[in-house]
Design a protein around this ligand. Structure first.
Ligand code: SF4
Length: 284
């Protein structure tokens, strides 16, 4: 499955993990010092649906991306705590399991695999049907089971061991490129492994919530898929941002998509970004 569209498991539904209580109705008003004017949303009469706007020029987008980050961080409380402390190989397994799957279900599947295979090497040669049964609660277990075995085998073949700790010695670009040569691993998973695992490297994952909010805000174009949106959205953020900064950026955009900017009927009336969002009150 190709990354972004059909990339195998990626977990981005972590409401219960973050446990962030957000009173959207009491969000702080926009500070008067913010450079809001140039992003002001026009307010034509509400309609059931409207096309998303093409992105503004890059310099504006850089400023807007920063403004979005700062406002959402004020709402959701940065820095946001990491939800995993897994080694990178285990994070890779976890990420693959969680694609299009509820956290609770992917978490159960990961625990079942870890219990049955304390050493991931044992899973490579296990009957695929057994792996599939252990992860039956996730979406597409019949695809994920053989893919997990294939990926683990590929790591062992390429490295001579089942260990991804060496990625810490590579640049983010090199590490992502290495990971994306594994079968079914694309930008979302490679960034998640580097960011969410104990490697804590400065990579920006983009999940479906993050992607949807960025599109509605006009940070990316309406036709840019999740996969190719990774370098675009990363490029709008300061080059020297830390792993925590980029993690926060992903988390707050994801949380906003889960809590306010829903797939259907986004709650624009209680959105802290409404005055700079070209899609405000336009999405049915
Ligand atoms: S909730 Fe509405 S105003 Fe806020 S980002 Fe989404 S579409 Fe824009």
């Amino acid at each position: 499955m190709p990354d972004g569209q059909g990339e195998l498991p990626q977990s981005f539904h972590r409401l219960e993990r973050n446990q962030i209580a957000v009173d959207c109705g009491s969000m702080a008003p926009t500070p008067s010092s913010e450079p809001v004017a140039r992003f002001k949303a026009r307010r034509p009469p509400p309609q059931r649906s409207a096309p998303l706007l093409e992105p503004a020029p890059a310099s504006d987008l850089v400023a807007k991306a920063r403004l979005v980050h700062d406002r959402l961080c004020a709402v959701y409380g940065c820095p946001i705590g990491y939800f995993h402390d897994l080694d990178p190989l285990s994070e890779l397994v976890s990420s693959l399991l969680s694609h299009r799957t509820r956290n609770a279900d992917s978490g159960r599947a990961f625990k079942a695999l870890r219990t049955r295979f304390p050493d991931w090497a044992e899973m490579i040669d296990a009957p695929t049907a057994e792996v599939e049964a252990l992860i039956h609660g996730v979406r597409w277990p019949e695809l994920k089971a053989p893919r997990l075995q294939e990926i683990l085998a590929a790591v062992r073949t390429r490295r001579g061991a089942l260990d991804l700790d060496f990625l810490a010695d590579l640049s983010v670009e090199e590490a992502r490129a290495w990971l994306e040569e594994l079968p079914g691993v694309g930008p979302k998973t490679s960034a998640a492994v580097l960011s969410f695992s104990v490697l804590r490297m400065p990579a920006l994952p983009v999940d479906s919530h993050h992607h949807r909010v960025a599109q509605r805000l006009g940070l990316i174009g309406p036709k840019l898929d999740v996969g190719p949106s990774h370098p675009v959205l990363r490029g709008q953020l300061p080059e020297d941002w830390s792993a925590q900064d980029l993690y926060d950026n992903h988390e707050v955009l994801m949380l906003h998509g889960q809590k306010v900017c829903h797939h259907r009927r986004p709650a624009c009336d209680r959105c802290t970004l409404a005055d700079i969002c070209p899609s405000a009150f336009h999405v049915a």
